[in-house]
Design a protein around this ligand. Sequence first.
Ligand SMILES: Nc1nc(=O)c(N)c(NC[C@H](O)[C@H](O)[C@H](O)COP(=O)(O)O)[nH]1
Ligand SMILES: [Zn+2]
Length: 166
Amino acid sequence: PAGDHEAYLRHALSLAQKSPPKPSNYRVGAVLVNAATNEVLSTGYTLELPGNTHAEQCCFEKLAQQHSLDSDAGVDLADVLPDDVALYTTMEPCSFRLSGNLPCVDRILKIGAAKIRTVYVGVYEPEKFVSENSGRQKLQDAGIKYVHVPGLEKDILEVATAGHEK
Ligand SMILES: Nc1nc(=O)c(N)c(NC[C@H](O)[C@H](O)[C@H](O)COP(=O)(O)O)[nH]1
Ligand SMILES: [Zn+2]
């Protein structure tokens, strides 16, 4: 039910608040859920893991570590994920990163639509770093449902941009 979606995004937002503020990215939180059982499979927030890491990326890398997979290559993660997973992320997955690192949309696509059925986002990516995020189209083209959950936009953006010059 819809109420659960907001609860998961609020959980993701509480994770985003752990992210060290930086002027060059957003503070984002993400939660990976087994939609059939409501079990939280993994969580992540921006810069949680060493390196210039994104929230969604940390979700996947932590899951790979849990299964001691030598890499978070999508194919391996697809083997350990149940077949109805939902990704909740306070900001929509990136489709391009100024750092040149692999965008999270591509990480989701590597895992595949047979596993990640739905992506729930709290806000679309603002135009500050990347003029237009093409993630929604790419995910939908791959057969992944893309749902914007309204109501938390102000809180999410406040947290996301805390490291930006006022
Ligand atoms: N969905 C999402 N989760 C994150 O954890 C995060 N930091 C962003 N941010 C998107 C933004 O477009 C990139 O942060 C900039 O493009 C800079 O790129 P890097 O992050 O340095 O690779 N977006
Ligand atoms: Zn990303």
